[in-house]
Design a protein around this ligand. Sequence first.
Ligand code: BTN
Length: 338
Amino acid sequence: MNRTLLPAAWYTIAMNTLNSVLRILCDGRFHSGSALGETLSVSRAAVWKAIKKLQNEWQVKINAVPGRGYQLAVPLTLLDKDSILSAMGPQFQSQLQEIQILWSVDSTNRYTLNQASSGVVSGFAVLAEHQSAGRGRRGRHWVSPFGRNLYLSLLWEFELDATQLSGLSLAIAVAITRALTKVEINNVMLKWPNDVLWQERKLCGVLLEMKGEASGPWQVVIGIGMNVNMGSIKTEEIGQPWVDLQSILGRDLDRNQLAGLILSELLDAMHQFQRSGLSPFLADWRARDVCRDKLVELHFPDRVEHGIARGIDSSGALLLESEGVVKPYHAGEVSLRY
Ligand code: BTN
């Protein structure tokens, strides 16, 4: 017998149990361990293991009440491909080559980069309910609890050279603010190059990962993490002030609708950027510049520059004034000084 097959088969069975348990719990009612076991033809111990994994690894809040069973502590509406597509409008739907919804993945960006290596082209999008190793900028971890936020990656190929791509991350930030405007969130600000902030707390992060030759074409994976409803998830590890859409709006927001709006604005922005570069986005970016005329620090791995932020130039570089001289910067991590 080939021994290596056994654990993989077991793993598949366990993952099926996990998914099925969660789908049943999504009705918001109590289900006993034995009823779940019977429905899924597995033991109560297998149900218990699935519940523990959901609670401990996917950070799903589940009430366990003796005599009644298990119930989701907070109702969940799962991501759904058709609902996302119907929020997009036909002209954008046709620009998506494929859209995948995953329950759990290490990182949607890593997954998309792998797809790009196996020949997938512009217009491939993936969303996950949970990331076990979500990637943030500068090697940071992106906290990604199950079913609460958006973790989305889109692959796009540009016929541009590396220098022409330098403003892309700012254009993407503007596209996100345009999508937020459509759900009546107008007052977000941008921190160079592409952090989306609300009252100086982080609402959304963008991670671009690229593959290509200096002269192009470039395959770009655009990874977006949007805090929608963090709930009571433990978030000490985030390490910076943050906010979610639920707290801003004071109500739930449909993640499928939001994903559709973001994808539409992104696709529109990709075409605009390919045609005209950063110029169609500059005015919107400047209008939301949270650092403008403020004291900031620009962090590099080996040093920190101090100065007054003086906006961005037409290529998207940050302008920093220090000792009366204004210099453009294309890299670094900005923090506001108080
Ligand atoms: C940042 O540090 O501000 C960037 C965070 C980007 C997180 C998103 S979530 C979807 C995509 N997949 C990842 O692993 N990271 C990005």
